[in-house]
Design a protein around this ligand. Structure first.
Ligand code: SF4
Length: 436
């Protein structure tokens, strides 16, 4: 239990899974309880939500990344699981129906190769001794040998290599043991292996699958002065070059005092993280390019407007567009029209001409879209297109409020254990921040 507490608490800063679990004792006369042992949720390719045991093999690390609670120079309780313990724990949790899979990461024990061998041993026990068929997401350790990474990929469903910081300079300053090259190399290898594997599967029916759920990465936002423009450019490059399934952004939560990092009372930039997720969505599903959304002159997102509205306001010359004529790609650029509603519009207009009433029924958010579209050549009757009305309609107070006054802390498990391990001043600062 003690090791589990330490190693699930240490894993919570990795956001490759999206939320933590809950902890609830069973009540007299009630049935069942919830155990929060680092259980997080992730989404499968088909949109299904799966619960994972999210744990580190060890929180001991020979590296000294300034932003990390597990860095070697930080005074914190250390623990390590053996491969047998990881396999046993996963099977026990699975049998009790707590989890459907495992998210396994680790600090660097001795060196990247040794750590990867330990991860392989745990996954090998699970897959080949216990015949565990559940989902496994494993971290690839930068610097590990290609052969070891190739073996690891054959045992896992998803692999991820954390890029951590958006620029080479930030990496050099805050993670001196890592280099951009050591992170990108395993990413390239995973991509290559996935490609090779997809042609093997076509040729041989029983070819083993290599990381069938693809690869992802995580980037910390707000720990360094890097701009949204730099982050988005990197994001675009990573999707294009390495075929990543997802990039996760993690608002930096100060956990250690360091002269190169924001002070301990700095709030995690959750709104910025949210804007980056929205922009990431625009790159992947809406056909936008990073350079259209931001540039050197305006390198950060407007916190009050979502990136698509911001783009539309800056490109008023391209609007209004006639909803009954413009191609699908143009529909996607209209604020208030999402992928689903654009598809429905294209389908519905084959049967007849659409008006504003029909658009509303198709799921278009007219409050936003009305300023940018015409139906049968006319804008919405009685619409006032003043600068003030436009901005007020595009800014969603509802959307902003949770970020301006956040009610929760990201991935917080075992708070007391975690706070007890911090220096008194740091713990006090974090406790103070809890309510916000
Ligand atoms: S290598 Fe990973 S665990 Fe080790 S200090 Fe860096 S971020 Fe933390």
């Amino acid at each position: 239990m003690e090791k589990l507490e330490i190693l699930t608490a240490s894993a919570k800063y990795d956001v490759a899974c999206t939320s933590s679990g809950s902890d609830r004792k069973s009540q007299a006369g009630g049935m069942g309880n919830a155990v929060s042992m680092g259980i997080c949720h992730s989404f499968a390719a088909d949109g299904r939500c799966i619960s994972l045991l999210k744990v580190l093999m060890t929180n001991s690390c020979v590296y000294d990344c300034a932003y990390c609670v597990n860095r070697k120079s930080n005074q914190t309780r250390r623990a390590a699981f053996t491969p047998e313990e990881i396999a046993d724990l996963t099977m026990q949790f699975y049998r009790r129906n707590y989890i459907e899979g495992l998210f396994l990461s680790s600090g660097i024990m001795r060196n990247p190769d040794y750590t990867t061998e330990q991860l392989i041993a745990a996954l090998d026990l699970l897959r080949n001794v216990h015949h565990f068929g559940g989902y496994i997401h494993v971290k690839a350790i930068p610097g590990a040998d290609d052969i070891l990474l190739s073996r690891l990929g054959l045992l896992a469903d998803r692999m991820s290599v954390n890029i951590e910081l958006p620029s080479k300079e930030s990496l050099g300053r805050l993670a001196p043991d890592k280099s951009k090259q050591s992170i990108l190399k395993p990413m390239a290898l995973i991509k290559e292996k996935i490609n090779e594997n997809s042609s093997d599967i076509v040729k041989y029916n029983h070819a083993p699958r290599f990381a069938p759920a693809g690869q992802s990465t995580q980037m910390i936002v707000g720990a360094t002065p890097d701009t949204d423009y730099q982050i988005l450019n990197l994001t675009e490059g990573l999707y294009r070059k390495y075929g990543l399934k997802r990039i996760f952004y993690s608002a930096y939560t100060p956990v250690v005092e360091h002269s190169l990092l924001p002070s301990l009372d700095t709030k995690p930039p959750l709104l910025r993280e949210h804007r980056l997720y929205q922009a990431d969505w625009l790159l992947r599903f809406y056909g936008f390019q990073a350079k259209e959304l931001l540039d050197e002159a305006a390198p950060n997102f407007n916190p009050l407007l979502d990136p698509k509205c911001s783009w539309a306001i800056n490109h008023r010359e391209q609007f209004p567009v006639e909803i009954n004529r413009v191609p699908y790609e143009t529909l996607l650029r209209v604020p208030g029209i999402g992928v689903r509603s654009a598809q429905r519009i294209v389908k519905a207009r084959r049967a007849g001409t659409l008006d504003f009433y029909a658009l509303k029924k198709l799921g278009v958010v007219l409050k936003r879209a009305q300023f940018f579209i015409t139906c049968k050549g006319k804008m919405l009757e009685g619409l006032k297109v003043g600068e003030h009305t436009l901005l007020r309609s595009l800014m969603s107070g509802q959307e902003l409020s949770p970020f301006l006054q956040p009610q929760y802390e990201q991935l917080s498990l075992f708070d007391d254990t975690y706070l007890a391990a911090l220096p008194a001043a740091g713990a006090a600062a974090l406790r103070k921040g809890e309510s916000s």
